[in-house]
Design a protein. Sequence first.
Length: 299
Amino acid sequence: MRKGQIILIALTSAIIFLAVPFGFKLLDFFRDGTLNRAAQLDQRFKKIIEAGEVRCSFLVYSPYFRRDPNTGAMSGIFYEIMEEIGRRASLKISWVEEVGYETMFAGLNSGKHDVFCAGLWPNATRAREASFSIPVFYSVVKAWGRADETRYSNLANMNDPSTRITVIDGAMEDIIARADFPKATRVSLPQLSPFTQSLLNITNNKADITFAEPGIIREFLSSNKGALKELAPSNPLRIFGNVLVIPQHEPQLKQFLDVALLELLYSGSINRILEKYEPGRGVFPRVILPYQPDSAVLQ
């Protein structure tokens, strides 16, 4: 055997000797990493079905979600929606924890609760932390100020240090203030503060404006008539779908909730719930159905 052949065989043997253990390590990596990760997907939904229970977190924001401070009784749009989903799917809905805007995602992804069930407006920042269901209905967010406010004929005038924007830390009005009006002065309230406190900040002249959808404003005005007015009515700041919030990497749980919500939308149940809580026509813009009712009438 020639010397060159001997060297080639030796090099080949060495490569095989080194490659085989590496190959096993690579296989272990995929087994422990990719395969195990795949196996971990949808574990939350599996546990929900096994336990027969959905553990919901919530945040009090009327009329989306209400809790009586004296009796603890719960009500509101999303309370009724989730309870109806539970009834139809034969699942118990347990309202396990009140959370803030900046704590709800940690609780979901750590497994403390399964779904944030009180409705949320999704955006890109929040999508980094969680997944979302299909929209249940829509909200149009506008600027609101005192009834005698005359400084803000357009939104651009608000981006000034003299403008005081009242916000709850981490809430959507806080996000909008930071993104759209960074020069304005933020008057912040801690998480879990009732949104009505922001509105009282305006009427008590501790702040000038906030950003909200008409539903909660109408509720406030029912007992504070004429206290607030809509600023720049033709210029909405945001339009959001109202959604349920789901932990990341739980596609089967999302599919279940989407199908359940579609059932309620198509059966008219969500419309009936919205009508119950809607303080005026057009306050809760509806999800458009995939057909017009008259097109489904047989001739």
